[in-house]
Each structure stands twice: as C-alpha cells, then as structure tokens.
Design a protein around this ligand. Structure first.
Ligand SMILES: Cc1cc2nc3c(=O)[nH]c(=O)nc-3n(C[C@H](O)[C@H](O)[C@H](O)COP(=O)(O)OP(=O)(O)OC[C@H]3O[C@@H](n4cnc5c(N)ncnc54)[C@H](O)[C@@H]3O)c2cc1C
Length: 511
C-alpha cells in the first residue's frame, strides 16, 4: 500500500473498496486510484450493466430542470458538460437540439428566458449558443410546427464511458472485478471486512479495507439492509425510464426535443446512423431493478409523442430495440416522478462511536455529474487518508481521449491504416479513440484482423474486448462495448459466440 499518510497503521488489503460498477462507482475508483489510494471495485454483473447503460446518453444541464428552479444542478451540470466534452472527445460530442414551439404548452417568453439562462449559467467553451429557427418545407415535422428554437447540449456513449473509467482506474493500479457481488460487509477492529462472491464460479473470498463506498445506484438502500445489516440514512425513489429505437425519423444531424401535453419532454436523437433513439418515460418502480423492461403503455406513449410531431408515422412493428433503466433518485416527496430532483447527495458514516471505518454512500446523480460527484466522494475520505493526492480529473483526458479533435484523429487513423474501410475507422475512432491502436497496431490489411464476424466486427476487436475491457458474453459486446447488436444477424451472433467461447477457453475466470 502507498504511504498516503493514513492516521493509523491499520493492516488492510485495500484503502477503498467500491461496490458498484456503474458510472459513479467506476468514476470514484478512477479518482481514488489517481490520488494514490489502493482500490478494489466489485460489480455484480457487467460493468455499466444497469442504469449507466440505459440513459438517454445526454451530457446536459437539463433544460427542463429550470422549470423546477433547480438552478444549482443545471449550472453544475452545464459546467461539467463543457469539461467532459473536452476530456473525452472520442465518446462524447456536442449535439444541437431543435425545440418545436407549441404555444399552448409553454409560452415563447418562458422558453426564451429558459434558453437565455441555459446559455449563460456556465461559460460555454465547446457548445454553441441558442437561437430561434423557422421550420421550412423540408422540415420532417408536421406543418403546424413552423417555428422553434435551437440550442446545444452533449452526447455520450454511456456504456463505453463506464468501461473507460474502469480502464483508467486499472491503469492506475485499481483491481476491477466485474461479475463479483458483495454479499456481506461488516466493521471489525477499525476496518471493513467485505465478502465477495464470484458470480461465475461461485467462489467466495473476503477482503479488508479502510473505507467502503456504496455506489450501487438503485440498490443503494437495499445494500444497507441486505449486505451491511444497518439502515439507510436516506430513501431512494426508483423511477423507471424506457427508450425505443426506430428507423431514422429525419436525415438532419440535430436531435429534437418534443414537449408533450403532460408537461414532459421526449428526445429524438440520431442513433447509429440509420436509427432514431426516442425517450424517455418516468414511471414509479417498485420491482427488482435487475429485471426491468419497457411496458406496452410506455411504448404507446413514446409512439404517440413522435407521431404527434413527425410527418413520418411509426408503428410498434418498426421498433428494432428498446431498453429500460431505473433512476435512483433522492426521495424529495414530490408527487410526480418527473419532478423528483436529479441532484445527488453523499453520506459519510463513521459509525455510532464516530470513529469507526468510514462508509460513503452515493444517493442519486446523473451521468453528466459523475466526475464532480466522484471528486467530492474521494474528498470525503481525506479524514482517513490525509496524505492522499489533490483533485486531478478536471483536466485529464479519459483513456483514449488524448486527441486534438475527432476529425484530426480520424485523419491520423486514415494515414496509419489506409486499408481500413471508412465505416470501421469512424466507429473505432468514436468508440476507442487512441486505444484502437491496441488491436490495429501492426495490421496491414483486414485479413490481419482475423475472422470476419459481421458488419464491422472482426475477431481482433473481440479479443481486445475480452482481454482489456472485461467482456465475457455476446451481450457485453453487442449492447454495451458497442451497439453492433443493431447490425448483426442471428447467424453472425452465433459466430461471435463461437469465437468468444474459444477465446475464453484460453483464459481463467479471473484473468
Ligand atoms: C431512462 C434514464 C435516462 C437517463 N438519462 C440521462 C441522461 O441523458 N443524462 C444523464 O446525465 N443522466 C441520465 N440518467 C441518469 C443516469 O443514468 C444515472 O444517474 C447513473 O447512470 C447512475 O449511475 P450509478 O453508478 O449510480 O448506478 P448504476 O449504473 O445502476 O450502477 C450501480 C451498479 O451497482 C451494482 N451493484 C448493486 N448491488 C451490488 C452488489 N451487492 N455488489 C456488486 N455490485 C452491485 C449494479 O449491478 C449496478 O451496475 C438517466 C437514467 C435513466 C434511468
């Protein structure tokens, strides 16, 4: 263990054990490892397998939170938006939004005032300003919508963000254990004893640590009850949100933000070239968060909103994919699910005596605020580790993200791998940034990438994903490390599964 100035010379395996491999857990693991702490992270399923791969994938201030007077959250999130767009230009990009104006829903002055605030609450470095627009003949919207507004926000590949955070943490010495569930944790003699079960082999092992972090998102409250055997200091409100993916509703690069009669908004975002991502819903949820799926009512709701706005009419038969997640929101006693605050709270518990091994718990949060949340979380541990490093993540690129711009990087890739088809080059640049050299380097032609599986997927990438990004199943590869699930046939998926099996046979479960 590094000498980080710990108060007592307690002998523990780790400084910090983080439970939960979503965006917040991996963000905290990265931040802590970068400050010199010895970290272990456990995730019961795949990294990012829960809420953090089921978001609307927006790095945004949240225009609609202004209506709830949540200015603090919007300002914080807008500041972060600019930072993140700079630090991860491969998996994130600025995105323009078009907001059709429907005067009976929100008056023009209110939208203009909101956009003025949105433009000015934080300094814009990457994103452009808002302005009014007219929808002309070629508009994909119904004719009655002839004017509106345009403003900037950001897009992120949420599932890849989580994996890159884990890669960053590992590069700084953290141990990352996906498919490993924390089944018990108790304080003993000033440290935590944490029992972990490997979900694949059933093997159980115990590790000790100085501090424990509960970053289990929707499970934050149940972890107290079922794993730590204590009671949670806050209640969490679980709110399900679903998305559908349909054939592209329009050709333009902009996203649309549609206002519905019920006061809610629905995003229509260009997705994987030929599709539109439509979401989301807000439905109170009291089931098992590992088993969440879109309902018929949610499908009908989303279709009714897009069909009320777009000339192209979409039916449920055209839905190619849907996904659902559960927001772990702070329970602030608001009646409507969509009104519950998206802000977060960190709770540090040092036991009844006031000097026991710390437990830090994360309640709420957004993808957009993961970095400042992680920074604040690790700051909370300074009492235990007075000598740990200073804040460092604000100006550091994420793994693969040390590039000038995505276009400059694509040009670089084109020069180095002139044989690479444009579609592959663009996907690799956007998904991996400079990390794609790890499976492309030394290759002279497509043949060098091994067996072709389908679409732009070859064996070399699968091998990389298994060896360096913890992928174990076809689902990890097709729906989280990439969205190739939208482009591969069942026959091609069967080929992928065969290749995966043979790669995995060469590995032990802990590799
Ligand atoms: C529909 C929807 C749309 C959203 N859109 C946006 C958006 O556009 N922009 C934005 O900024 N935010 C958005 N959010 C919010 C954002 O997705 C979440 O706030 C964020 O992903 C929460 O991350 P997390 O790490 O706290 O939780 P999670 O990602 O759920 O991670 C918690 C992890 O803990 C693991 N775990 C639980 N118990 C254990 C255990 N005992 N042992 C080991 N592991 C365990 C779980 O398997 C899980 O992977 C959206 C959320 C939803 C649901």
């Amino acid at each position: 263990m590094l000498d980080i100035g710990a108060k007592d010379a307690l002998d523990a395996d780790f400084d910090v054990v983080v439970i939960g491999g979503g965006v917040n857990g991996t963000g905290i693991a990265l931040d802590a490892a970068g400050r010199g702490l010895k970290v272990l992270l456990c995730e019961m399923n795949d990294l990012g397998g829960a809420t953090s791969s089921a978001s609307s994938k927006l790095i945004h201030g949240g225009l609609r939170y202004l209506e709830q007077y949540d200015f603090g959250l919007v300002r914080k999130a807008l500041k972060e938006r600019e930072r993140l767009l700079r630090n991860a230009p491969h998996i994130m990009r600025p995105l323009r939004f078009r907001l059709p104006h429907r005067p009976h829903l929100r008056p023009a002055w209110m939208i203009r005032a909101g956009l003025f605030l949105y433009d000015n609450l934080a300094r814009r470095l990457v994103s452009g300003p808002s302005h009014a627009i007219r929808f002309r003949e070629k508009s994909p919207l119904k004719r009655e919508m002839h004017c509106g507004y345009e403003y900037s926000d950001g897009w992120v590949d949420d599932a890849r963000l989580v994996v890159l955070l884990a890669r960053g943490a590992k590069a700084l010495g953290a141990e990352i254990h996906p498919r490993t569930k924390c089944i018990a944790a108790r304080r003993e003699a000033g440290i935590w004893l944490v029992t972990l079960r490997n979900q694949q082999t059933g093997e159980v092992l115990t590790r000790s640590c100085r501090t424990l972090v509960n970053a289990t998102g929707p499970w934050v409250e149940s972890l107290f009850r079922e794993v730590i055997d204590s009671s949670s200091p806050h209640s969490i409100r679980l709110v399900k949100g679903s998305h559908i993916v349909v054939p592209r509703l329009h050709d333009a690069p902009e996203a649309y933000i549609l206002q519905n009669q019920d006061g809610r908004i629905v995003f229509v975002i260009p997705f994987e070239d030929v599709y539109s991502l439509v979401g989301t819903t807000d439905v109170d949820f009291d089931g098992d968060a590992t088993d969440v799926a879109i309902s018929r009512d949610e499908i009908d709701y989303l279709l009714s909103v897009i069909n009320a706005h777009f000339m192209t009419q979409t039916t449920s038969n055209e839905i190619v994919w849907s996904y659902s997640g559960v927001r772990p929101l702070m329970d602030d006693d608001t009646t409507k699910a969509q009104m519950a605050s998206r802000d977060y709270e960190l709770e540090l518990d040092v036991g009844q005596a006031g000097n026991e091994a710390p437990l830090l718990s994360v309640f709420g949060g957004k993808i957009t605020t993961y970095r400042i949340l992680s920074e604040a979380a690790v700051d909370h541990l300074r009492g235990t580790f007075p000598g740990m490093g200073e804040r460092w993540t604000a100006r550091n690129p994420l793994p693969g993200g040390a590039i000038e711009s995505i276009d400059a990087f694509k040009a670089e890739l084109e020069a180095s791998y002139s044989w690479l088809p444009n579609k592959m080059l663009s996907r690799f640049a956007r998904s991996y940034g400079t990390l794609c050299h790890q499976f492309l380097s030394g290759c002279q032609s497509l043949d060098d990438l091994g067996q072709h599986i389908g679409d732009t997927l070859y064996e070399a990438e699968v091998r990389y994903l298994v060896e360096l990004e913890w992928a174990r199943t076809s689902e990890d590869i097709l729906w989280r490390r990439s969205k190739l699930g939208l482009h591969l046939t069942l026959k091609e998926i069967a080929v992928l599964e065969q290749i995966l099996e043979s790669i995995l046979l060469q590995k032990t479960p802990y590799d």
